[in-house]
Design a protein around this ligand. Structure first.
Ligand code: NAI
Ligand code: MG
Length: 370
């Protein structure tokens, strides 16, 4: 076999949409071996680890991974569901966040494309791809509460800390927004390379350098340097707050967007809703050597195992995987089936106003492929 693909269905509807993905992959005859692995709440409850070491080993032996969705719960509930011998001994962590860190999957890529005929489209001419930095920024996980004395002392060298000097340590919390030059460079570079490869018109960097001068400033600085080597791609800059308005006002004007972790999290959800919402929101977590593709929805427990949710987000993630593997013909073929199915509107899941099942929709994609 040419490829080895790790399949991690996870919990709830993750399993339903993964089954749809497997049916589609079999139909297009990708030359691959599919190896299923354990991830999610089920394994937290059984083993006190939602991402067992054997799963990490499995990923290391594969070319890339398809991820379904997982359930997660707040700290207290998580502990309550553990067997007695594990209670208080282990802490829950997010498997997908861990995978991003472990495999340095620094680019979170979120295409938001309006497929013609989708009743959920905000407009029919939207085709945006968001590149979100996936490992740093405000989600780097460097946070303090209560504020340790050493940290407070270090921060005090900044004059603007003065106004907080009377606040007791247990009345103040700090979350750090950390950017590295390399982190800025590689995400912007990835966005431009993508734009070049797929003939995109423009790349817009979305930050807030007038206020968050150091971190956003560094991103803009790197972006301007990189933009110079792509004279055929229009380069733009926008502030994150203004972008939230413009994405509602004229989303058709935007092409490739690139931004930091939290801003990307927010505008990618906003943009996904413009083209159909969670049932359509696909994503790739992409590094230099490995990638994990996943729909952005969660495990939707109330629909688990009912096979009623929309598999499009998952199948579009499969399409992204095919592109990443270099199987462009297969990716196009699969997309043609998705596009035709949506345009015809005969087979629709509940979110689109229909009552077709998850697997009927997947079968229809196959039937409609070029
Ligand atoms: P969710 O995304 O699971 O579902 C929210 C609602 O969106 C659903 O009730 C359903 O109405 C709709 N929906 C989601 N996917 C759909 C699809 N494919 N087709 C049609 N409708 C769809 O978010 P929720 O309810 O906040 O979280 C449920 C669980 O999932 C939680 O345990 C949460 O922590 C986890 N979660 C996991 C994620 C992941 O695995 N990447 C992401 C988000 C949440
Ligand atoms: Mg999000």
């Amino acid at each position: 076999m040419k490829y080895k693909v790790a399949m991690l269905p996870g919990d709830g509807i993750g399993k339903d949409v993964m089954e749809a993905a497997q049916i589609v992959l079999n139909a297009i005859e990708l030359d691959a071996e599919y190896i299923y692995g354990d991830v999610g709440w089920e394994f937290w409850k059984k083993e006190g680890n939602p991402l067992p070491d054997r799963t990490i080993e499995l990923l290391k032996e594969t070319d890339c991974c398809l991820f379904g969705a997982i359930t997660s719960k707040p700290k207290k509930e998580a502990q309550e569901e553990l067997p007695a011998y594990l209670k208080g001994k282990v802490e829950y962590f997010s498997p997908i966040v861990k995978l991003r860190q472990l495999f340095d999957l620094y680019a979170n890529v979120r295409p938001c494309k309006a497929y013609k005929g989708n009743p959920l489209n905000y407009r029919d001419d939207i085709d945006i791809v968001i590149f979100r930095e996936n490992t740093q920024g405000l989600y780097a996980g460097v946070e303090f509460y209560p504020l340790p004395d050493e940290v407070r002392k270090a921060l005090q060298i900044h004059p603007n800390m003065k106004k907080f000097s009377d606040v007791p340590s247990d009345e103040i919390a700090v979350s750090l927004r950390i950017f590295t030059r390399n982190g800025c460079h590689r995400i912007v570079k990835k966005a431009f390379e993508y734009a070049k490869e797929y003939g995109r018109k423009s790349v817009t960097v979305v930050e807030k350098p007038n206020v968050i001068r150091e971190t956003s400033g560094m991103m803009i600085e790197e972006a301007r340097k990189i933009a110079k080597s792509y004279p055929n791609i229009e380069y733009g800059e926008a502030n994150i707050d203004a972008m939230a308005m413009w994405l509602i006002k004229n989303p058709q004007n935007y092409d490739v967007l690139v931004t930091s972790n939290m801003f990307g999290d927010i505008i990618s959800d906003l943009s996904a809703q413009l083209v159909g919402g969670l049932g359509f929101a696909c994503s790739g977590n992409i590094g230099e050597k490995y990638a994990v593709f996943e729909p952005t929805h969660g495990s939707a427990p109330k629909y688990a195992g009912k096979y009623v949710v929309n598999p499009t987000a998952m199948i579009l993630s499969v399409k992204m995987m095919l592109d990443w593997l270099g199987e462009k013909k297969l990716a196009e073929k699969l997309e043609s089936g998705i596009a035709r199915t949506i345009e015809e509107g005969k087979v629709k899941t509940y979110d689109m106003g229909g009552n077709s099942s998850t697997l009927e929709m997947a079968e229809e994609f196959i039937k409609n492929m070029d």
